[in-house]
Design a protein around this ligand. Sequence first.
Ligand code: NAP
Length: 262
Amino acid sequence: MDWKNKVAVVTGASSGIGAATARQLARAGMRVVLVARRLERLLRLEAEIESGGGKAEIAAADLSSEEERAGVFEWVGAADVLVNNAGFGWYGYFSEMNWETARELLQVNIGATAHLTSLFLPGMLARDAGHIVNVGSISGSIPSQGIAMYGASKAFVDAFTTSLYRETRGTRVQVSVVRAGPVKTEFGEAALGRENGGHVPTEKIGVSAEHVAWRIWKLLLRPRRVIYVPGWLRVVPWFELSFGWLEDWIGPLLLKRQCRER
Ligand SMILES: NC(=O)c1ccc[n+]([C@@H]2O[C@H](COP(=O)([O-])OP(=O)(O)OC[C@H]3O[C@@H](n4cnc5c(N)ncnc54)[C@H](OP(=O)(O)O)[C@@H]3O)[C@@H](O)[C@H]2O)c1
């Protein structure tokens, strides 16, 4: 597939993986549509991409709102690539998570992914071309203490992607999930900034957002249902099936210690 001059909608483009992906796709000649809430950041990224000879446009939106998601679709019209990347986490005991945060997490991590896909996918199928990349997490494969809502939202992203991948076989439309491990972004800071939020244990380690963006670009060139970033994480689903009982023992102790340090 020649992606030059094709339109890529990237959600969560104001920081981290989304911003790096937008830069990467623009460098490869795609016209990128930057979606997120923080307009100043999007304006800076748009200027940076355009000063480097790339093409970028902004569709500022709060993706927890159905109306604003529909507004993005109406404004963009048709997209060749949709990167459902916007998302956030929260770390701590679910019993201490306020419902507003939980509802927003469902709306962004699940609602926006499913809704934007339902808006853009029919056009891709009608043109028999396109690629939807859903940014999931390895947390979707290993349900862990402290991230009940986040891990479950990424398990949805996994299952949703696999089903759509199977529904679209026989067409030229691709649907993929990126099962990422820890990535150095503002993710931990954003989680900590929410009411009762704790430090995400992996916030200081991980691969760079640029590395994930590079893997997403390679995925567009060589489509697959799932990629792991980094690659060795492919052992995690097997580990959960074989040794989930171990995490039943160790996990609660780790969470207790982490919350004591908060
Ligand atoms: N960092 C990790 O360790 C890691 C690991 C696995 C998977 N992931 C996944 O990677 C994706 C990107 O996260 P990141 O690590 O790059 O974190 P990040 O730097 O905090 O970026 C999150 C992005 O999501 C956007 N976003 C959040 N709520 C939004 C809303 N209501 N409407 C529109 N945009 C919203 C933010 O933009 P605004 O705040 O400007 O709206 C921001 O651009 C997420 O889906 C995350 O779950 C991250």
